[in-house]
Ligand binder design. Structure first.
Ligand SMILES: NC(=O)c1ccc[n+]([C@@H]2O[C@H](COP(=O)([O-])OP(=O)(O)OC[C@H]3O[C@@H](n4cnc5c(N)ncnc54)[C@H](OP(=O)(O)O)[C@@H]3O)[C@@H](O)[C@H]2O)c1
Length: 265
């Protein structure tokens, strides 16, 4: 049977998922997207997606039901759809900070739930998406994984690590951007205009990440290859460490983690 998808909440993430799903060979006509103010996503209809304000209609016949609203909008949405959900559907929740257990208790029925934590690079098919599942069998999890694999890289993790995944993968986009911006500013001070400096900094960061991923290498191995004895790279690198670069990054990541753990819904 063809996979039919409902995406409830066509904001930044919902829209990106809809557009990415086409790459996982699900036709736009089999994807229904909702939001209350659909005039803001009229372009999706032109792209072939089904568009409606009615969440209950949207989930009829859907194999996969994506929840893509803000955390504070979730209870109202679940109240609206829970009596129409059936146990052969799979809920895919992208909602930050809401556990599969909380969703299960709100829908008041046994249903497969997969929780997904992507990042904004999902819009260009380059997301790092962490997944965990509750009451989903291997086939159902594989189906969700297949979809997110078309939108980047996926990793199935234990649910207890979902907040850590939020910091490392979702907030991680901001951390990586700050590195690129700082490198750009250094480039400008050395004489490049900002456009050239940003291109060099961003492509170099992409290259560094690609070396690790494609060679399954280790950062220190790649660093050793570019640090000539008494050279400029090791001089700069050691100065960055004296200034606390690694320590600042680790402390920043742990501060984000402490913050996410302290946030009350
Ligand atoms: N952005 C990311 O990279 C990212 C990454 C990981 C996780 N997340 C999580 O993904 C969720 C969505 O994030 P986002 O950035 O896409 O937020 P967003 O842009 O605010 O999108 C939420 C959308 O939901 C719609 N909505 C609200 N209530 C609705 C309802 N009852 N029925 C149908 N649609 C409804 C809103 O549109 P209307 O007001 O028009 O209804 C809005 O467009 C959040 O829970 C966030 O924590 C986001």
């Amino acid at each position: 049977m063809a996979t039919k998808v409902a995406i409830l909440g066509a904001g930044n993430l919902g829209t990106a998922i809809a557009q990415g799903l086409i790459k996982s060979d699900i036709p736009a006509a089999d994807i229904t997207v909702t939001r209350r103010n659909i005039s803001k996503v009229g372009h999706l209809q032109k792209e072939g997606f089904q568009l409606t304000v009615n969440n209950v209609d949207a989930i009829k016949n859907a194999t996969l039901v994506f929840l893509c609203v803000q955390p504070k909008q979730l209870s109202q949405l679940l109240n609206e759809i829970k009596s129409s959900l059936s146990s052969d559907q799979i809920i895919v929740s992208t909602i930050t900070g809401v556990s599969t257990e909380e969703i299960a208790s709100q829908v008041e029925k046994k249903i497969s739930i997969v929780r997904a934590m992507p990042n904004t690079a999902i819009a260009i098919g380059k997301s790092m998406t962490c997944l965990c599942a509750k009451d989903a069998d291997e086939k159902q999890l594989a189906e969700v994984k297949r979809i997110f694999n078309a939108l980047g890289e996926t990793l199935v993790i234990e649910e207890r690590l979902m907040k850590a995944a939020t910091v490392l993968a979702a907030s991680g986009i901001a951390f990586a951007m700050r590195y690129i911006r700082a490198a750009t500013q250094g480039g400008i001070q050395m004489g490049f205009d900002s456009e050239a400096a940003q291109l060099i900094a961003a492509q170099t960061t992409l290259g560094a990440a690609s070396l690790l991923l494609s060679r399954e290498s280790h950062p220190e191995i790649e660093i050793d290859k570019v640090t000539t004895p008494e050279g400029c790279t090791i001089a700069g690198l050691n100065e960055m460490e004296h200034q606390g670069l690694s320590s600042a990054l680790i402390k920043g990541i742990i501060t984000s983690f402490d913050k996410i753990n302290s946030i009350k819904k």
